[in-house]
Design a binder for this molecule. Structure first.
Ligand code: SF4
Ligand code: SF4
Length: 458
């Protein structure tokens, strides 16, 4: 049996699913969507006894209205400054053309930027305040970026600031390395693979600049983001190896956005879906053998956050569905037009503009309404076993042109997502015997309520 959402064991309650799949011959796992628990067995029929077990977590949590104390908790903690909508590259999967058209050259006005630094500094959110520089390509506005950072330090010296930037890496230079290395500043470089790999973003300059960074500002390039389109998948093992050899310690592999706003779909994943699923299956086997051989995971782990949460037991406390990212919950994007948006991805979408004072009661109500609308939307996620893990995919891809959460991701895309979660559990199951090693490596702690995997449906 190797199905994704085809044959969940029918249960009495609509929102509970026992999803069973075979990870190798006569070795099955079963995911209970009501409790997020996973069971293993060599006998598929043994899972049927689970149906009559009481749920430790009520399935009704799945779509109950969310209750938040917004005045306390939903002040911004993180601003994404979209410094410009222009870019020196022209990647085929880039979403910028969706709202900004071909003639992009707008830059954020300095007065809009500084005004928002003051707002973030005043936010009642405790702890670190983060500014993420985004674009287009943020380094086209290097002077503006530096001015914002210097203003934060001069005018708000008591705030604990953290800065980061997502860049294509072509314009990184000695000047910027010298500027950031004295600060709490990290860089995510967007690069898809080596030149000649046939992938979209493979700039030689970026690779050279990553090497220079290692000399001038070690550890400032904290991660690489690889975006893959729906053509034939690359050999993930070689790809990850390439980045590890460049000294990168965190690699995120993302599937290019569906961009399903309205009727527009950037990509159709149907033709290569099976190839992607088999490549992820192959890669998960590699992760298991890599862990056994090297006593660590490779630097790309699919769903690394969910993986870690499962290992530590956190997922059992936090899996109430909510928007699966930071939008409306502390993160706000400031577009180059000076308007507020839920995240960088919405910048330029008129109906997504947040026209509220971020400290006002009307903003709290607006956020509350949006979260409830997302949580209660009537889409296929309601009957998907994977929902407590996936939470419905990127919210940007689930809105219509009026900014109502009504759309859903395509079936092909969902099949790939579900196969990735199946692989995540396969990896966890296969490394369970290495709990001692996981403890030694600090991947889990003794007090963590980890590994709710159990066998034979016990
Ligand atoms: S987006 Fe797809 S995979 Fe995710 S919960 Fe919804 S139906 Fe399931
Ligand atoms: S809405 Fe989508 S693009 Fe924006 S932060 Fe959330 S997951 Fe990322």
């Amino acid at each position: 049996m190797n199905s994704y959402n085809k044959n969940p064991i029918p249960t009495k309650k609509e929102t509970r699913h026992l999803h069973v799949w075979e990870i190798c011959e006569n070795d099955y796992l079963c995911f209970d969507s009501a409790t997020c628990s996973v069971y293993s067995s060599t006998n598929i029929s043994s899972f049927k006894s689970l149906i009559n077990q009481p749920n430790t977590v009520q399935p009704s949590n799945t779509y109950s209205p969310l209750k938040h104390n917004f005045t306390k908790n939903y002040h911004p903690a993180q601003f994404v400054f979209c410094l410009t909508d222009a870019c020196n590259l022209n990647c085929e999967y880039c979403y910028q053309g969706e709202y900004h058209g071909d003639n992009r050259e707008g830059a954020l006005k300095i007065e809009d930027a500084l005004k928002n630094v003051d707002i973030l500094a005043k936010s009642k959110r405790k702890g670190v305040k983060t500014i993420i520089f985004f674009g287009g390509e943020p380094l086209l506005e290097k002077g503006l970026l530096k001015e914002i950072v210097l203003y934060c330090e001069k005018e708000h010296p008591n705030v604990k600031w953290a800065f980061s930037m997502t860049t294509n890496g072509t314009l990184l230079d000695e000047d910027i390395f010298n500027f950031i290395k004295k600060r709490n500043f990290s860089i995510m470089v967007s690069l898809d693979g080596p030149p000649g790999s046939g992938l979209v973003k493979t700039s030689k300059e970026t690779i050279e600049n990553i090497r220079i960074a290692e000399e001038l500002a070690p550890n400032t390039i904290s991660s690489i983001r690889v975006t893959l389109g729906p053509k034939k998948p690359p050999d993930l093992i070689s790809l990850v190896d390439f980045f590890e050899n460049l000294g990168i310690k965190r690699i995120y592999v993302a599937l290019a956005s569906l961009g399903t706003v309205g009727t527009k779909s950037l990509y159709n994943w149907s033709s290569a879906k099976d190839l992607w699923i088999s490549e992820f299956n192959r890669y998960s086997d590699y992760c298991i053998s890599f862990f056994i051989k090297n006593k660590r995971f490779p630097y790309f782990m699919p769903f690394a956050k969910a993986f870690k949460m499962y290992l530590t037991g956190e997922i059992f406390e936090h899996y109430n569905p909510y928007i699966p990212c930071g939008i409306y919950r502390g993160m706000v994007a400031v577009g180059q037009d000076g308007n507020y948006y839920p995240c960088h991805r919405f910048v330029g979408m008129k109906s997504a503009i947040i026209g509220y004072d971020l400290f006002s009661e009307s903003y709290s109500k607006f956020v509350s309404d949006k979260l409830n609308q997302y949580g209660n939307r009537d889409v296929k996620c309601k009957s998907c076993w994977c929902n407590p893990l996936c939470h419905g995919g990127c919210p940007h891809d689930c809105v219509d042109n009026n900014m109502e959460f009504k759309s859903e991701l395509t079936d092909d895309y969902c099949d790939i997502v579900r196969s990735l979660y199946e692989n995540m559990f396969k990896i966890i199951y296969k490394i369970m015997g290495n709990k001692k090693l996981l403890l030694q490596k600090g991947i889990i702690r003794e007090q963590d309520n980890c590994f709710r995997l159990s066998s034979e449906g016990e």
